[in-house]
Ligand binder design. Structure first.
Ligand code: GUN
Ligand code: FE
Length: 479
């Protein structure tokens, strides 16, 4: 952990002090992770935010212009000052979330992936033919995700175009940065009659239509909400659909999301059908690009990792879901060492957790399990896979900076040029488990404790693109 008190690397160097400030500013002690494994701490930093919601400059108390700027901003009522026990973090980024599965969160976790899809998930997703139902669920979800500090979410919706449009509109209304995908799944061999695209052509046409709709939404000129081309996974899509979706994505320059080599069953399915791994198949169909997010990817080979890294594609690592459905732990450390872009996902509802802070903790735990192994009858040296662990600081990077890199968007870091997507964590709220002990806890400890213990009651404010889009409702019992 590095505590920055010098101004040698001040981002204000070279900035003309006469330049008018942005329209708003936030002052507080901030944590972020510009590089993997390094936590930057800036005490009482002043984040000056431009009219378009980007961070224009960051001033530290030792900078000459800090005090005058502070006073000027205060005098025009443009300054938000964090409370004494509040800390600023980058907004959390959830790279993989099934919006229609929100009502299923925390249940239906007792069977393997293929049974889970058939028995629970497809019947639930089929209900989104009803836009009224979708409206209720999606509004609840988007508000819930924001309340948990998720400023950016990458959503799978369902095959239903009207409901998927609605999800995009709701994200925009609530100010959540989002990528929204209409799920494409046309294979009669793997998808039930009651929940399947009528044909590849229909899925392609509706995917193109969603792209057009989202890009032309009123108030979405800056692209806060974006479309994402969404083949569900290899078993659910015909060759024609996979090929067509690759072409649609290329035409639109759109993001792509799918599931990749998630479980033994899913991975084997792809191998048997195509004689090659999911990653190689996606590459062949034009679905492995700089803007692709591959959920899970637990069974990827070394050659797959080379392909993913070469394409600049990303893995959405979903550690909690993987404990239930993956049959294995993602080789995270190896992926990072090979230059694969990686961020974190909740995989709601395959993962019964909402918070990306929780995903960070789960990511550390999964990496420890992978490293130590699981069978106490084996000798320690034969039990696990050495050099697999990641630290909490690395996990934090994955849920913030790594997510931004994966999406190729300027988010996840609190530096000039990035969007002001941020979360104020309140570390002094009764009835929460984030307790700071005077005299015992340094800033580093508060940072660690936040990752491990912060819940929605600790999330005081969430900003997206400079706008406060969530404020915690009154805490019943402030300390
Ligand atoms: N593979 C195909 N569909 C799904 C899904 O909805 N969740 C997960 N975890 N894996 C999938
Ligand atoms: Fe998933």
């Amino acid at each position: 952990m590095e505590q920055r008190s010098d101004s040698t690397h001040s981002p204000t160097r070279g900035v003309d002090p006469a330049k008018p400030a942005g329209v708003a500013a936030v002052r507080g002690t901030a944590f972020d992770a510009p590089e993997l494994g390094r936590i930057r701490v800036r005490e009482d930093a002043l984040f000056v935010i431009s009219r378009d919601g980007a961070i224009e400059r960051v001033l530290l108390p030792e900078d000459d212009s800090y005090q005058p700027q502070l006073e000027q901003l205060r005098s025009i009522g443009a300054l938000t000052e964090l409370g004494a026990h509040e800390y600023l973090f980058p907004g959390l980024i959830d790279l993989h979330n099934h919006a229609p599965q929100w009502p299923q969160l925390g249940k239906a976790l007792d069977v393997p992936l293929s049974v889970w899809l058939d028995r629970y998930t497809f019947p639930l997703e089929a209900k989104y033919a009803d836009v009224g139902f979708a409206e209720t669920v999606y509004r609840s979800l988007v508000k819930g995700m924001l309340a948990n500090g998720t400023s950016t979410a990458v959503y799978f919706a369902t095959v239903h175009l009207p409901a998927t449009r609605r999800l995009a509109e709701i994200c925009l209304q609530h100010g959540q940065r989002a990528l929204v995908g209409r799920v494409a799944m046309d294979s009669p061999a793997s998808c039930p009659d009651y929940y399947r695209d009528a044909s590849a052509a229909v899925a392609l046409e509706e995917t193109a239509s969603l792209i057009e709709h989202v890009q032309s939404l009123d108030g979405n000129g800056a692209g806060l909400v974006r479309p994402v081309v969404t083949p569900r996974f290899i078993p659910s899509c015909t060759d024609e659909l996979l090929r067509g979706l690759g072409a649609v994505a290329a035409d639109a320059g759109a993001h792509i999301q799918t599931h990749c080599s998630e479980s033994d069953w899913a991975h084997q399915f792809g191998l048997e059908r195509f004689g090659r791994t999911d990653t190689a198949t996606y590459l062949d169909f034009g679905l492995l690009t700089r803007r692709s997010i591959l959920a899970h990817s637990n069974f990827v080979t070394a050659a797959d990792m080379e392909l993913i890294a070469a394409a600049g594609a990303a893995v959405a690592h979903c550690p909690l879901s993987n404990f239930y459905f993956a049959n294995a732990v993602f080789p995270l450390r190896a992926a990072l060492e090979r230059g694969v872009h990686v961020g974190l996902g909740t995989d709601i509802s395959g993962g019964p957790g909402v918070s990306i802070f929780r995903a960070m903790t789960d990511c550390v735990v999964a990496s420890r399990v992978r490293e130590d192994g699981v069978d106490p009858k084996l000798e320690p040296e034969n039990r696990g896979i050495g050099d697999s662990r990641v630290t909490f600081a690395e996990a934090f990077w994955l849920g913030t900076t790594g997510g931004g890199i994966a999406l190729d968007l300027p988010i996840g870091v609190l530096s000039p040029g990035y969007a002001f997507d941020a979360v104020a964590v309140d570390a002094r709220v009764a009835d929460t488990d984030l307790v700071v002990w005077e005299g015992l806890d340094e800033l580093e400890d508060i940072f660690q404790k936040t990752i491990h213990s912060a819940t929605r009651n600790n999330i005081a404010t969430v900003w997206v693109q400079g706008r406060a889009v969530h404020r915690r409702s009154a805490v019943t019992n402030p300390v």
